[in-house]
Design a protein around this ligand. Structure first.
Ligand code: ZN
Length: 498
């Protein structure tokens, strides 16, 4: 079913020291290299060898820097176990664009700025244009892939807005293509309830795209996979790419029955600190991202976005801690559903860490029907809209224990506050009492909130539940660069368990 015999591979060794080998299948080997090494646009590629004959599949993510889901999915897929053939993965094609969050390659002349228009065009010279496309094209020619999967995102759902290619698969032609597209559509569409948001098959990739050039010049069966950015959390879009790629690799006999988990299994406590950041229903638009930014300089961490389906499926067991960001605690609880909430609670009881920020702290509280009840704290002065005490800068002061865990901030510090919970002891005998790590020293009291209710209450608190640790932050240290160290220290402490 493949257009050409499989190619042998030049041996080039670069061990992936970051991830435990238990993640990849036995006998598999990883190696890779860098494109545009030593330049600002430097980006890494990786080859996963099964050691068994089979198709060569090139997977590319992040060609457009404002389409992060494909890049993140590719970064996970490159560590999947494969049963035969090899995967060549370039997860961050336009690395500087991804870092800047823009579609184009930064500092490129206008006619070269769209990376996915710079590959050899139909009927023109067999040459890619611009340094980055040239190196990607050289990589493609070197491995002569049988299949090319280029992971993108559109701005809107194609079925709702025909001007956008969002939520579609755009294939070329070739043996096995129809079946592969059908499998991918089936796998992803059964997870989508709204019929207008289901993915559809579209016609032929645009001129100058890698997918089209790889088909026309290298004989590859290739396609562009598109999710939709609009109103959909990153975790969902990454999941859709994972589902589609898994289905296609399954059709090629390369993947197992189940989609591989979000993070590696860690039996012995070694390896990176694995952090799951919830970003789905009830999460503020930029909340998950700003926590990611605060956690980024930690090194030796593996950060994954997570949503209710993964949590309900038990995937938290693959992580050391979960982070619930700002937004709406009750809406986060509703999105998790009862099963998801029970999974979070059990995760903590069994030794996982829980970091709640603002809404995530409401979610952890003892006193709502919908809350997780993983900390012995209840929220006060929330009725009649009093929870809307305001947004602005307040002062908080760390306690002695707070300074031990979160870092030595001896003075009162300014921190952004946005309607976070005001905590008091809930006095539930079944849960250990919480300890205050910081107190508010000034307050906001808008919309009828009780004056004086906030001052000297815990701004940050910690507690134990079973073998796990909980840390609730009412304000937003992730919004202030000078306080990012506090967030990182919290994550490290939570990762240790009791
Ligand atoms: Zn794109």
């Amino acid at each position: 079913m493949f257009p050409r015999p499989f190619k042998s591979l030049p041996i080039l060794l670069l061990a992936c020291s970051f991830l435990p080998s238990s993640w990849s299948s036995a006998g598999a080997a990883e190696h890779g290299g860098l494109l545009l090494k030593g330049t600002p646009r430097e980006t890494s590629w990786l080859v996963l060898e099964s050691g068994k004959p089979g198709p060569v599949v090139l997977i590319v993510g992040g060609m457009h820097g404002n389409e992060p889901a494909g890049s993140r999915a590719a970064g996970q897929i490159m560590h999947w176990p494969i049963k035969r053939g090899k995967l060549v993965v370039l997860p961050r094609a336009n690395a500087t664009g991804l870092d800047a969050g823009i579609r184009y390659v930064p500092n490129s002349p206008g006619e070269l700025r769209d990376l996915n228009r710079n590959f050899p065009k139909t009927g023109e010279k067999n040459e890619a244009r611009g340094d980055l496309a040239r190196e990607i094209w050289t990589l493609a020619k070197r491995f002569e892939p049988d299949w090319v999967l280029d992971l993108h995102e559109g701005s809107d759902f194609h079925q709702i807005n025909r001007k956008s290619v969002g939520s579609s698969i755009i294939p070329t032609k070739g043996e096995g293509m129809d079946e592969a597209v059908a499998d991918a559509l089936r796998a992803v569409n059964r997870t989508i309830e709204d019929p207008r948001k289901k993915l559809v098959r579209l016609r032929y990739p645009v001129n100058g795209s890698l997918a089209r050039a790889a088909h026309e010049r290298l004989g590859a069966v290739s396609m562009i996979l598109e999710t939709t950015v609009k109103d959909q959390p990153l975790s969902l879009r990454i999941r859709q790419h994972r589902l589609m790629v898994h289905a296609i690799l399954g059709r090629l006999g390369m993947s197992g029955k189940d989609v591989p988990p979000l993070a590696p299994y860690k039996a012995d406590g070694s390896g990176p600190l694995r952090i799951a950041i919830y970003d789905a229903g009830g999460t503020g638009r930029t909340s998950a991202r700003s926590l990611e930014v605060a956690l980024a300089p930690m090194g030796k961490t593996l950060v994954r976005r997570i949503g209710p389906p993964e949590i309900r499926a038990g995937q938290l067991s693959r992580f050391d801690l979960v982070v619930f960001p700002g937004g709406s605690g009750s809406r986060q609880a509703a999105a998790l559903e009862k099963t998801g909430r029970e999974k979070v609670r059990r995760f903590v009881e069994e030794g996982g860490g829980y970091l709640g920020v603002c809404a995530g702290s409401y979610l952890a509280a003892r006193n709502y029907d919908w809350s997780l009840k993983i900390v012995d704290g209840r929220t006060v002065d929330t009725r009649n809209g009093h929870w809307r005490r305001g947004r602005g800068t307040v002062k908080m002061e760390l306690t002695e224990k707070g300074r031990l865990i979160l870092g030595d901030y001896p003075e009162q510090v300014d921190v952004r506050y946005a309607n976070g919970p005001i905590f008091a002891p809930a006095q539930d005998d079944a849960i250990e009492d919480f300890q205050a790590l910081a107190h508010f020293r000034t307050e906001l009291a808008e919309n009828g909130a009780r004056v004086g209710a906030m001052i000297d209450t815990p701004a940050i608190l910690s507690g134990n539940l079973g073998k796990g640790r909980v840390l609730c932050i009412s304000p937003h240290p992730e919004s202030t660069k000078a306080l990012h160290g506090m967030v990182r220290r919290a994550a490290l402490w939570l990762g240790k368990g009791n």
